[in-house]
Design a protein around this ligand. Structure first.
Ligand code: NAD
Ligand code: 44H
Length: 477
């Protein structure tokens, strides 16, 4: 039996002082931020590690401790026309603090002058205000609540602030986080001096992350452990591609020399165009393909891309409905779309559609709906492929057909709406809390969704797609 990955088994692995506090110990952060710290460290450019804070009571703390906070990142894919198949033991995580079991150790981080960065990924649900959180009743449940308590302790000690770079996939994440921290500062009566210190001593950056991280390679774990020669319950697969846009001051590029280490990181004054490009051209097609693909029995992004009908759908969606609605220069959009198609076809990683399916209603709202609405405004008609994807989404949630995982409010609303089948579509489109507006006001949408739902039910998603794509499939045969 092979030994577990640990510092005892690999005593020569380097250790670095803690320079970053990272809320979130999930797959993404370990294969993205911590992997990048590792690349800087290897070049002698950062010489620092991250101390992780477990945002939820239950998490990976125990498993990470068992491996002395070491884990393997497996990069698989084609990059710059070369096949990449890298394995690396990441040594840039020092330890993990679970604030639910050791709140004092968490607050004690405020004392360490070497800590200068705070990063986070607590999912789209994490940057949220929770009125029940209080300063004295720690640990606070919300991530911004915990963060405010830590910042306040730092302020009380008269120390300098932090550079904060949240990585959650929500628009203007840094501003949102700052806003909630300020709200706690006011609600908890932390005083004007603290609010001034927050403003003057801390730099809240917005950021956009891009790397496909399918996570633990369940299907290949045993084989990989044989090859690696150790057991690792936390190994994580990722694509070689990486892009991190940080909206922040130019000096950040020196303090956190990611680009200098050859990493694809941009520090800019305005990240909006990068965000639009990524959210609509990468996350958008992901969300559009999921319900249609699952309804046809497909399991992974690769299955979608290897299927003639479904890959034509992704291609046409990008070319005809998404790219023309974005404001960036066409060649830039075309080239990004091409790279997206290549990344989706990555034959070396298994990106499960079910993992992308999680919380699909809010994803549709941010990733596809704004483009759909713009298409209607500009062209005076509905985009056929996006509308079909919308109908498939509704079908998947209806009667829990595709076993959606979403918030209780969303799932309950779908159950309630389905209790009156004739009014199902109207009731769902009226849910402004899902879509940001009443979608029954969009001309023709209700009727089109109704006919597409019927088509999907009667003929299945493959036939519905073939019909929407018209002659193109026939032509390509
Ligand atoms: N996996 C990818 O390809 C990828 C790529 C880019 C961005 N992302 C984003 O990263 C996020 C995390 O993905 P992952 O693959 O690391 O998932 P994961 O399940 O491995 O990790 C989730 C992390 O979020 C924390 N979390 C979950 N719900 C929370 C809540 N309500 N409040 C606070 N913290 C919470 C967990 O404690 C954990 O640290 C996703 O929401 C996604 O938007 C993922
Ligand atoms: O991670 P999610 O579940 O928010 O979205 C699913 C995918 O679209 C997403 O993970 C992409 O792969 C990622 O955003 C690429 O950078």
């Amino acid at each position: 039996m092979t030994q577990r990955l640990s510092r005892t088994a690999y005593p020569d692995l380097p250790r670095y002082p803690e320079k970053m506090i990272q809320f979130g110990e999930g797959n993404f952060m370990r294969a993205f931020v911590d992997w990048q710290l590792q690349q800087m460290n290897k070049q002698g450019l950062f010489q620092g590690s991250a101390v992780l804070i477990q945002p939820l009571e239950n998490g990976l703390g125990g498993m990470l401790a068992e491996q002395d906070y070491l884990y393997t990142v497996l990069l698989n894919g084609i990059h710059d026309r070369k096949t990449v198949n890298d394995r690396e033991i990441v040594t840039s995580v020092s330890r993990l603090i679970n604030p639910y079991t050791d709140y004092e150790a968490f607050l004690a981080l405020a004392e360490d002058d070497r800590l200068e960065f705070i990063t986070s990924n607590t999912t789209e649900a994490g940057i949220a205000y929770r009125p029940e959180d209080t300063l004295d009743g720690g640990p606070q449940v919300s991530f911004p609540g915990k963060l405010t308590a830590l910042l306040y302790r730092r302020f009380q000690l008269g120390k300098k602030g932090f550079v904060l770079i949240p990585c959650e996939l929500i628009d203007r994440n840094g501003e949102k986080l700052k806003e909630i921290v300020h709200k706690y500062a006011e609600d908890w009566n932390l005083g004007e001096d603290f609010i001034r210190w927050l403003e003057q001593e801390n730099t809240f950056c917005c950021s956009l992350v891009d790397r496909i991280v399918p996570g633990y390679p369940r299907d290949k774990a045993a084989e990989l452990e044989q090859e690696l020669g150790y057991r690792d319950s936390l190994m994580v697969t990722a694509e070689p591609f990486l892009f991190w846009v940080i909206e922040g001051p130019a000096w950040l590029a020196d303090r956190l020399p990611l680009a200098a280490a050859g990493l694809n990181v941009v520090v800019t004054e305005d990240m909006t165009p990068y965000r639009e490009r990524k959210v609509h051209l990468l996350n958008g097609p992901h969300t559009a393909m999921v319900s249609l693909g699952l309804l046809a029995g497909l399991e992974t992004v690769e299955d979608v891309m290897n299927d003639e009908v479904f890959s034509a759908f992704v291609d046409r969606l990008l070319q005809d409905e998404l790219i023309p609605m974005l404001d960036l220069p066409r060649p830039e959009l075309e080239s990004y779309a091409e790279s997206v198609l290549e990344r989706f076809k990555n034959p070396f990683i298994r990106h499960e559609l079910t993992s992308i399916y999680l919380n699909s209603i809010s994803k549709f709202k941010t990733r596809l709906l704004p483009v759909l609405l713009r298409y209607v405004r500009e062209r005076g008609e509905l985009p056929p492929l996006m509308t079909l994807a919308f109908a498939a989404l509704l079908l998947g949630y209806r009667a829990d057909r595709l076993k959606p995982q979403d918030s209780p409010e969303v799932l309950d609303a779908f159950r309630e709406a389905w209790s009156r089948p004739d009014e199902f579509i109207t009731a769902i489109l009226r849910k402004s809390e899902f879509w940001g507006q009443d979608l029954t006001a969009v001309p023709g949408l209700e009727a089109k969704l109704s006919s597409m739902l019927k088509l999907l039910e009667a003929s299945g998603s493959r036939a519905a797609l073939e019909q929407s794509l018209g002659g193109e499939i026939v032509c390509s045969e």
